[in-house]
Design a protein. Structure first.
Length: 186
């Protein structure tokens, strides 16, 4: 997506990242079927999105190491993504944070606006398959708009990459919530 955006706008190839920072996986995800559990997770997360506690973080630029941790439970993170620019133009925003779940289960990554998302095992650089996408209904939560889910293993560091294309803002709200228990363990 980003590579096409930059190439389509006439940016020289040396400005285009070698690998697209975010796969289109999150854009092509099927809608979640178990919306009851996700609605409950979104409703609980909405409390934190509206009342806190809040923590502001600036995501690390894509391609480098990230030490920006978003693992504290029941916390709404105001995440600011670094700009992707060429000369005087800003094409979008992209960056990485680290999430280390305490237990092996399914997690929902709820955001205040749509963001492309990729989750990667920080140690092996293997991409984690996202399960599904959930559009948070306005009546469930007015502060959170979108969620993607993934089964993650407890104690593993995951790099979570986010990207947004202009005119979306660089800053968004992120709340991570458990949606299942022991799904990853067998």
């Amino acid at each position: 997506l980003l590579t096409l955006l930059l190439a389509g706008c006439g940016a020289p190839e040396d400005v285009v990242p070698e690998t697209a920072p975010i796969t289109q996986q999150s854009e092509l995800l099927a809608a979640c079927v178990d919306t009851e559990a996700l609605a409950e997770a979104a409703e609980h997360s909405c409390t934190h999105a509206e009342a806190g506690p809040f923590e502001s973080v600036t995501a690390a630029p894509l391609g480098g190491p990230s030490f920006v941790d978003v693992s504290v439970e029941h916390t709404a993170y105001n995440v600011t993504l670094p700009a992707i620019t060429y000369r005087q133009w800003t094409f979008g925003y992209a960056g990485s944070v680290i999430f280390t779940p305490e237990e092996s289960t399914e997690y929902a990554f709820l955001t205040s606006g749509y963001r492309a998302v990729r989750i990667v095992n920080a140690a092996t650089n293997e991409e984690v398959g996202l399960e599904c996408h959930y559009s948070v209904p306005q009546e469930v939560c007015g502060s959170l708009r979108s969620a993607v889910t993934a089964d993650l293993e407890g104690g593993i560091d995951y790099r979570v990459d986010f990207a947004a294309v202009v005119p979306q803002p660089a800053t968004f709200l992120l709340v991570i919530e458990e949606t299942g228990h022991d799904h990853a363990e067998e």
